[in-house]
Design a protein around this ligand. Structure first.
Ligand code: ATR
Length: 281
């Protein structure tokens, strides 16, 4: 019998996850189907009960349900509890288990550009303090970098992000103005804010003229493939990493949980990059 999977969100029609997971099912020779489910926010609990009753093998969770789903699950792993958000649910014999592969997906993507050793010596700036920033911050603390600074339009959110996740890594929250002043001290700058996302593609999350040569500028946005932030960073001789890698890696970690199979992430990154109008090399 076909095993069912999916992604719940609102809106969900833009999601590239169904295509990606369905290709992986086909490549692995697994009889599985992955569907997008557009759920009315007030009906989340009903939807989760329905998915459990229909015996879905698992599903991804996206905006606006990543936090709201926690109390509806039977178990949530420690990482997702610390992050306060779930993006992957696995149905293990009728028991719904939540986890978060967003941060680990970003870390896997970052490790394609920088070695673990490089990261240990890096001062990292995270721009934004929302759900995505939290997962990324949490995953980066595990890589033990020299320091992590979080900067956000609403500075108190950056402060509370740092207070909510305990780590021995040197960490601080600063205002956007302050991080712009300190920009030349960062080796890796990550935009986790939605600034620069389609349709406002001309926007930059910070003024980046002070960026260090050869620093890495990473964006979690993948539409457009090259955000204004990455474009400017490239002009300032920075190395760049777009959001396709994180998207594919978070999906691959979910797929492995459900099936025990690690999909070909390199191939998926090339394919999605080409579909989004870029070149894969
Ligand atoms: P996600 O789960 O994708 O991280 P989120 O929790 O809504 O989404 O967080 C969005 C992030 O983008 C926040 O850091 C937000 O800043 P605020 O906390 O100040 O709202 C940031 N963001 C969104 N629109 C922005 C804008 N126009 N200028 C600056 N930052 C913005």
């Amino acid at each position: 019998m076909t095993s069912l999977y999916g992604v719940i969100g609102n809106p969900i029609s833009h999601s590239r996850s169904p295509q990606m997971h369905n290709r992986w099912f086909a490549e692995a020779g697994i009889d599985g189907q992955y569907f997008p489910f557009d759920i009315e926010p007030s009906r989340l609990e009903e939807a989760v009960r329905g998915m459990k009753a229909l015996n879905l093998g698992g599903w991804n969770v996206t905006i606006p349900f990543k936090e709201a789903i926690l109390p509806l699950l039977d178990q949530v792993d420690d990482d997702a509890i610390n992050i306060g958000a779930v993006n992957t649910v696995q149905n293990r014999n009728g028991k719904l288990i939540g986890s978060n592969t967003d941060g680990a997906g970003f870390a896997a993507s970052l490790l394609e550009k920088r070695t673990a050793e490089d990261i240990k010596q890096s001062s990292i700036l995270i721009i934004g303090a929302g759900g995505a920033a939290k997962g990324i911050y949490y995953a980066l603390t595990k890589l033990n970098p020299a320091s992590i600074t979080v900067s956000n339009r609403t500075e108190e959110r950056a402060v509370s992000l740092i207070q909510s996740i305990k780590t021995p890594v040197k960490a601080q929250a600063v205002s956007i103005q302050e991080c712009e002043k300190l920009l030349s001290s960062y080796d890796i700058v990550i935009n986790t804010s939605s600034v620069g996302m389609f349709p406002h593609t001309e926007r930059l999350p910070i003024e980046i003229s002070g960026m260090k040569d050869n620093a890495l500028a990473a964006d979690i946005i993948y539409n457009p493939l090259e955000t204004a932030f990455l474009k400017e960073a490239r002009k300032h001789k920075a190395d760049t990493l777009n959001g396709v890698g994180m998207f594919v890696q978070q999906g691959a970690l979910a797929f492995s949980q459900w099936t025990g199979i690690k999909p070909d992430t390199e191939k998926a990154i090339s394919r999605i990059t080409e579909e989004l109008g870029g070149t894969s090399c």
